[in-house]
Design a protein around this ligand. Structure first.
Ligand SMILES: Cc1ncc(COP(=O)(O)O)c(C=O)c1O
Length: 439
């Protein structure tokens, strides 16, 4: 992976071999162009998403109902919002067209705009950053904890200024950030939390699903996600007034009671997407249990290999959403075999893995903001130069060099698939000296 944008190509195109036996209709795999033929199961790419009769029924029913968008007669959006709110134990849920537009809606409902600052971790998909900059607010990076891969709560307070309008922690990989510790900082500084839970459906801290610990949380149903409608998103919140504000921001017309944020867009989800997601939800828990068990097995077994450090779950984490299985690869314990060669060896053995994100805070996309004429006008040239300087996040940069990811589809594999991953890594370690010498 050379850039952070490429994550989807990785998940869509290099999903693990042999995973999810029995979950796929062979026809579906072929229709998806995934080439999951029985002849070469070791190298076959797993089709994602999984779909079947429930999705076909939902799509046809929506089609034939003629109620394709959010309106009075369509029932699926309301059903989906109720199902997600129930599942994530939040009082309110608003479905949106994507995770990005869910995040943008929360920013819009808070009235965040030019001159305002929003705190985020650099170890995230670029969409988190984009949701802030689309409204000309200033993203402020807070470095991550190398053990958990999550935002380091101990570094947040120092980044808060009188201009800070929101904390935007990300539950990266689907594992929760330390929302308890983040909440204490937010309370002390009276700054709202919007959780980027785009990868973290079903993740829990102390038995409470993520997404509503702060003011609101956002989910994504983009194509790689653990349930998907191709694109889609949702906002979770316990605050009725904020739910209404979000509703009114995400749609032109059809306002709910309460204030208008004065600005609005069209970020509505369709009934087709809602129908697909209702169907996807019927498989979610069973798939999640498989991921839970396989992730626990991997953590136990890989943790015994020197130089392999599975991402640690934060204190109080009672469940991860397991969108990714993340670990750190310490090349000195592998005879200094570079990570790229390690990944190559995994690939040769049929184990799909990637190096994950490259450093967002030093990326050309982020650096370009310092040169943006509008930003210079709002914040001043000197302030943008200082901002660029302050974007240094050394822990994140190192993590981006050491990380290795397995996609969620790998965690749908069999126990034998997991054993093969562990054995492959142990075998690479045995051969690391020779591999490193061969270059
Ligand atoms: C951490 C994170 N934030 C935000 C997003 C944006 O979601 P979407 O792609 O649905 O706009 C994603 C999804 O790709 C994500 O992984």
């Amino acid at each position: 992976m050379s850039t952070s944008w490429n994550r989807r190509e990785f998940i869509g195109g290099a999903a693990s071999a042999g995973a999810a036996a029995g979950l796929f209709r062979p026809g579906a795999a072929q229709a998806a162009g995934a080439g999951a033929g029985a002849a070469a199961p070791e190298k076959a790419k797993v089709a994602w998403p999984v779909w079947g009769e429930p999705e076909e029924t939902e799509l046809l029913e929506v089609l034939n109902s003629g109620q394709w968008g959010r309106g009075r007669a369509g029932r699926r959006l309301a059903e989906l919002e109720k199902a997600l709110a129930d599942r994530m134990r939040a009082r309110f849920c608003l479905a949106t067209s994507s995770g990005t537009t869910a995040l943008m809606t929360t920013m819009g409902a808070l009235g965040i705009g030019p001159g305002d600052e929003v705190i985020l971790p650099p170890y995230t998909f670029v969409a988190t950053f984009n949701a802030i900059t689309i409204g000309y607010a200033l993203p402020v990076f807070v470095d991550v904890d190398p053990e958990t891969f999550q935002i380091d709560p101990n570094k947040i307070a120092a980044a808060i200024t009188p201009e800070t309008r929101a904390l935007l922690p990300v539950h990266i990989g689907g594992s929760p950030a330390d929302i308890g510790a983040i909440g204490k900082v937010a309370d002390a500084q009276k700054v709202p939390i919007i959780e980027d839970a785009c990868q973290a459906l079903l993740a829990e801290v102390n038995g409470q699903p993520v997404g509503s610990a702060g003011l609101a949380g956002c989910l994504s149903f983009q194509a790689s996600k653990n349930i998907t409608s191709g694109e889609g998103g949702a906002i979770l919140t316990n605050d009725e007034a904020f739910a209404n504000l979000c509703h009114n921001f995400h749609t032109p017309g059809q306002p709910k009671s309460g204030a208008s944020p004065g600005r609005a867009a069209n970020f509505r989800m369709t009934e087709f997407q809602a129908g697909l997601l209702l169907a996807q939800l019927t498989r979610l828990e069973e798939q999640a249990k498989t991921r839970d068990a396989n992730a626990a097995y991997l953590t136990e077994a890989l943790g015994q290999i020197p130089g392999i450090a599975p991402a640690r779950l934060v204190p109080g984490c009672t469940r991860s959403g397991w969108h990714l299985y993340m670990l750190r690869y310490e090349s000195p314990k592998f005879a200094n075999l570079p990570r790229a060669r390690f990944l190559q060896e995994l690939s040769r053995a049929g184990v799909a893995a990637s190096g994950g994100y490259s450093s967002l805070n030093t990326s050309a996309h982020v650096r370009a903001l310092a040169d943006n004429p509008r930003y210079k006008r709002v914040y001043g040239e000197a302030a943008m130069a200082r901002w660029l300087e302050a974007n240094q996040c050394p822990v994140n940069d190192k993590l981006c060099r050491e990380a290795v990811w397995f996609p969620q589809t790998t965690l749908l594999g069999t126990r034998a698939d997991m054993t093969r991953i562990v054995e492959t890594i142990a075998d690479i370690q045995k051969r690391a000296g020779d591999l490193a010498a061969a270059g």
